[in-house]
Design a protein around this ligand. Structure first.
Ligand code: NDP
Ligand code: AKG
Length: 420
């Protein structure tokens, strides 16, 4: 029987294990087990039918020890405080592992954005931004897109915050439209970082890129860009999915056709896309396909106690945050399946958010080629440091990443003289 999944418990477990390996006394890691601030807000919205609905929203700052809190805003019906706390903590350790000067935060609204009109979505976003405005700002806490949000939503957030301040504040959010100071390359950055990571780990495992099969779960921002870039690198993308289910072709899917379909927003993958040679499968079937690489790029807890023993991939590269539960992690470890953790693999998004913020503060703009090349440097360096410590300590890549990240956060706390 699987344990009940609480994402924040998963964070605590790995932080405690890392602290133990680092030989920290209790007081060193105790503080990082608690978010610094948690804000819950009510977001009233006048709906198109004239009724009023009140949505519940959150912003959590897990840590600001290494810099302003940083992390996305999620619009999804399953958003809850434990999820937001976990997502905020993962941001702290993600920013630390790639060594950018941020802490971690995350926010969200409990809503199904696909069921809201554009006007309702905009009204909700503006009201939410006003409600969390006391907590955010370019030097304090900088939101960005996550599941269910995008550049358009970030544009509305930036505008609302700027209205409250009385002047334009581009650096309050990242992942903005390019016209508002968004970074070239931010929209693709998370998927691009995943692609660099897949190539890095394949090299370490002495596996080729060309022709190696890969399965991608989730065809949103992160999954679709990952599938496209891995396909362009010569990998064989044999299955992809969205919430409605997946498409599978052992000879490799026509990724450009799927991409064109998704870009044109003709609906979900199963609602009308006919691909020669492809069969329809469920998300459960997709996760347990025989493949070399599995890239979960949807939501948390997809690989869990009930399916971890059925996973046939040699390698899992976590593009989503928290797709593997701690229970599953143990099973995968015993089975010798390599897992590249979320805090490393999907850090490309926040790295380019950092570039966006730097450009906004300095009122400069970099070319997309500059952005992509700086991103590659950071992702390659972070991967190499995690790989090295993993080899030295004979541990998993997840633990290697946390050993680096937890140490950086605790060192920052100590350097600030946090304890009397
Ligand atoms: N955006 C970013 O820059 C970053 C995102 N991440 C993480 O990556 C993951 C994906 O985020 P993002 O791509 O931005 O989100 P999107 O909202 O753009 O896309 C989410 C995708 O997941 C699909 N999905 C949702 N539920 C399921 C399910 N149960 N099974 C299969 N697919 C499902 C959705 O399908 P449908 O469209 O049909 O609803 C959609 O294709 C999240 O974990 C997020 O936190 C991490 C780092 C940065
Ligand atoms: O770009 C950012 O600031 C954060 C992106 C994000 O939410 C994440 O990495 O999970």
């Amino acid at each position: 029987m699987s344990e009940k999944y609480n994402p924040y418990d998963n964070v605590l477990k790995v932080v405690e294990q890392a602290s133990e390996i680092l030989g920290y006394p209790q007081r060193d890691c105790e503080a990082i087990k608690y978010p610094e601030r948690e804000l819950k807000v009510a977001v009233p919205v006048e709906m198109d039918d004239g009724t009023t609905r009140v949505f519940e929203g959150y912003r959590v700052q897990h840590s600001t020890s290494r810099g302003p809190a940083k992390g996305g805003i999620r619009y999804h019906q399953n958003v809850n405080i434990d999820e937001v706390k976990a997502l905020a903590a993962w941001m702290t350790f993600k920013c630390a592992v790639v060594n950018i000067p941020y802490g971690g935060g995350k926010g969200g609204i409990v809503c199904d954005p696909t069921k809201l009109s554009d006007r309702e979505l905009r009204a909700m976003t503006r009201r939410f931004t006003a409600a969390i405005a006391p907590l955010i700002g370019p030097e304090v806490d900088i939101p960005a897109p996550d599941v269910g949000t995008n550049a358009t939503v970030m544009g509305w957030m930036m505008d609302t915050y700027s209205m409250l301040k009385g002047h334009t504040v581009p650096g309050v959010v990242t992942g903005k439209p390019i016209d508002l100071g968004g970074a070239l390359g931010r929209n693709e950055a998370t998927g691009r970082g995943v692609m660099f990571t897949v190539k890095n780990i394949l090299k370490k495992m002495n596996l080729p890129v060309e022709g190696t099969d890969v399965v991608v779960q989730g065809m949103g921002n992160v999954g679709s860009v990952t599938a496209k870039l891995l396909h362009e690198e010569g990998m064989k993308v044999i299955a992809v999915s969205d919430v409605s289910g997946g498409l599978y072709d052992p000879n490799g899917l026509d990724i450009p056709a799927i991409e064109a379909y998704i870009t044109a927003k003709r609906g979900n993958l199963l609602s009308g896309l006919e691909l020669k040679g492809a069969t329809r499968i469920s998300n459960d079937e997709l996760l347990t396909l025989k493949t070399t690489v599995l890239v979960p790029a949807a939501l948390e807890n997809q690989i869990n106690g009930s399916n971890a023993d059925k996973i046939q991939a040699k390698l899992i590269v976590e593009a989503a945050n928290g797709p593997t539960s701690s229970e599953a992690d143990e099973i995968l470890k015993k089975r010798g399946i390599q897992v590249v953790p979320d805090i490393l693999a999907n850090a490309g998004g926040v790295v380019v958010s950092y570039f966006e913020w730097v450009q906004n503060i300095q009122s400069v703009s970099w070319t997309e080629a500059e952005v992509n090349s700086k991103l590659k440097d950071i992702m390659d360096r972070a991967f190499a440091s995690v790989w090295d410590i993993t080899q030295e300590k004979q541990t998993t890549l997840r633990m290697g990443a946390y050993l680096i990240a937890v140490k950086r956060v605790v060192d920052a706390k100590k350097a600030r003289g946090i304890w009397p």
